[in-house]
Design a protein around this ligand. Structure first.
Ligand SMILES: C[S@@+](CC[C@H](N)C(=O)[O-])C[C@H]1O[C@@H](n2cnc3c(N)ncnc32)[C@H](O)[C@@H]1O
Length: 285
């Protein structure tokens, strides 16, 4: 597979060819994997294609290439994914943070008039912690609680909170969100809940259906189970002047709006992502 390959540049060229059929970003994927085995930045690999690859590095690279050809995402192979301005550890137990979800961060920051306020944030289904920790990075006096039902996911989020320097401003708890109680309401509730209709999951690209955890994808028969569940208790955990920011799947705007309007919320804004698809709804109480 990597015969006659001796340098980083040769490896990138060869892997880009191999990855052409499985990804729209073959050269980028190739460069990230080569940089990873070399413990260098992708920029260094780009600028110095003559960096040599010894036998040990080539052997490691081959095993990563096999995994990528089996549709494992690059992020899961290198254990890291960039989101907003931060790098998050990811594992097989966490959903890979998606660029689409940055729409929620932008929408929330847009709505907050005083970024230095002592806000309290609640993140339901925190995963890697990417939403909560990215918001904490922009709101210097905010504090937050992130909740996830999966203990292994919670362990990753806690690690990210420590590594990124936010552990003093957040608490990551393992529990089902419907069992979460608090005597101190929150200013902002954020969530990117599982919203894929059960029968659609197998039709997703293999990178998602085989490598993202089912708990993070499965939204029940119509994809809306999590929204109904959150709507049933959201009023009890958010201040009267607080708001909700929820990521939604394609075509769910009307259904999610109905669920939260029936629970007493009013729509503040529907925010589109860069592909012009409704991606996040903000509700006022
Ligand atoms: C779509 S992922 C979002 C992860 C992360 N917030 C992000 O945006 O990348 C949904 C998360 O919700 C968690 N989850 C699913 N059902 C839950 C429940 N009933 N209570 C708490 N967390 C739940 C899953 O384990 C998963 O980590």
């Amino acid at each position: 597979m990597l015969e006659e390959v001796n340098t980083a540049g040769e490896a990138v060229n060869k892997l880009a060819e191999l990855f052409e059929d499985i990804t729209s970003t073959p050269r980028l994927d190739a460069r990230i994997l080569v940089a990873f085995v070399l413990n260098e930045t992708t920029m260094k690999v780009f600028s110095y294609p003559e960096i040599p690859l010894d036998d040990v590095k080539l052997k490691n690279l081959k095993s990563f290439v096999k995994r990528r050809l089996n549709h494992e995402p690059v992020s899961k192979i290198i254990g890291k994914k960039g989101f907003w301005t931060l790098d998050f550890e990811v594992t097989s137990d966490t959903l890979d943070p998606r660029p689409d979800s940055e729409t929620l961060i932008e929408a929330v920051l847009d709505k907050i008039t005083d970024k230095s306020a002592n806000l309290r944030l609640l993140d339901l289904g925190t995963g890697t912690g990417c939403l909560l920790l990215s918001l904490l990075s922009e709101l210097p006096n905010a504090k937050g609680v992130g909740i996830d039902i999966s203990l292994k996911t919670v362990e990753v989020a806690r690690k990210n909170a420590v590594n990124l320097g936010f552990s003093n401003r957040c608490e990551i708890k393992q529990c089902d969100w419907k069992d979460f109680n608090t005597d101190k309401p929150f200013d902002i509730l954020i969530s990117n809940p599982p919203y894929i209709p059960k029968t659609d999951i197998l039709n997703l690209e293999r990178e998602v259906s085989e490598f993202d955890p089912m708990l993070a994808l499965d939204g029940g028969n119509d994809g809306l189970d999590a929204y109904r569940s959150i709507a049933s208790f959201a009023r009890d955990v958010v201040f009267a002047k607080g708001f909700l920011a929820l990521e939604i799947g394609i075509g769910q705007t009307l259904d999610v709006t109905k669920i939260f309007t029936a629970a007493g919320f009013t729509t503040y804004k529907v925010q589109k992502d860069i592909a012009n698809i409704d991606r996040c709804i903000l509700f006022d109480l």
